[in-house]
Write a protein that binds this ligand. Structure first.
Ligand code: B1M
Length: 222
């Protein structure tokens, strides 16, 4: 059982999605995260153990490597893909309420901005950290964030912006969310965003990368 968890973790870290996947070359022909997760469930491992002891630690390793610039976006996307292939087997258990998540995280790219690669990576990493993701997509207006917060009391909010022009919309969204729901915690990120800007607009936390956001959320896990 332990060995199966280790193998799933290794697949996620290496971006080995399934048996048919030729990547990475040294794992060609081996089972991937897809097959091994199914096998683990068939053998009676709980979805919570697979998430907590394989996927979350693996994505943490990936996040740390990315932060240290030991791997780059393509490897991170492959790891995210491998994690998705495992998560698809676990999701029905989480959605049925059989396995508890740590909380809800609403995420979107702010109004006027269509960049979503970084936002998707952050969503994946936070999902890998055990949180339920409510992904509002790109070009998300303030009202849509507000409605999501009202529909999901207690949820955290993540805003992504890649353009210096759309960063201004981040400010507006934070202002409205904080005015209507002062206790909501808002995380911000994206290439042009800085800690200084985060403080200026009254957001709660800035991270330059996904792992920083995952680490920040750990203190609030229920
Ligand atoms: Co655009 N674009 N783009 N673009 N694009 C940039 C951002 C730009 C820097 C390119 C350049 O000029 N050198 C420039 C912005 C200049 C500026 O404002 N300072 C730019 C521009 C100008 C534009 C257009 C205006 C071009 C035009 O049409 N004239 C246009 C705008 C469209 C719009 O949004 N309204 C545009 C369009 C596009 C494409 C659609 C073609 C495409 C996006 C496709 C997609 O996302 N599905 C695109 C792309 C791909 C880029 C570049 C090349 C790559 C962005 C990316 O995905 N990076 C980019 C140049 C570059 O960065 N080299 C560029 C990889 C990604 C993993 O990084 O998103 O930074 P990033 O996310 C990181 C961190 O920032 C952080 O974690 C991620 C992983 O580390 N992070 C968070 C992100 N969100 C976070 C949230 C958090 C925490 C961390 O907490 C909530």
């Amino acid at each position: 059982m332990e060995e199966l968890l280790t193998r799933i973790a290794r697949c996620v870290e290496s971006g080995k999605t399934d048996k048919a996947s030729p990547y990475p070359p040294d794992m060609r022909g081996n089972d991937g995260a897809d097959e091994l997760t199914k096998q683990a469930l068939d053998e009676g491992l709980s979805p919570a153990r697979i998430l907590d002891e394989a996927l979350i630690p693996a994505m943490a390793v990936v996040g740390e490597r990315f932060s240290r610039k030991e791997i780059y976006v393509p490897q991170m996307l492959m790891a995210a893909k491998a994690m998705n292939s495992s998560m698809k087997h676990l999701k029905p258990f989480f959605q049925s309420g059989e396995t508890k998540r740590k909380g809800k995280f609403i995420i979107g790219t702010v109004a006027g901005d269509l960049h979503d690669i970084g936002k998707n990576l952050v969503a994946m990493m936070i999902e890998g950290g055990g949180w339920e993701i409510i992904d509002l997509g790109v070009d998300v207006k303030t009202d849509k964030f507000l409605k999501a917060v009202e529909d999901n009391p207690g949820a955290f909010v993540g805003l992504s912006a890649l353009l210096t022009t759309t960063m201004e919309n981040m400010k507006k969204t934070v202002e409205v969310l904080k005015e209507k729901h002062p206790s909501v915690k808002v995380l911000v990120g994206g290439a042009p965003v800085t800690m200084e800007y985060c403080e200026k607009i009254g957001a709660d936390f800035y991270s330059p990368d996904p792992q920083g956001a995952v680490n920040y959320l750990k203190q609030f896990a229920v």
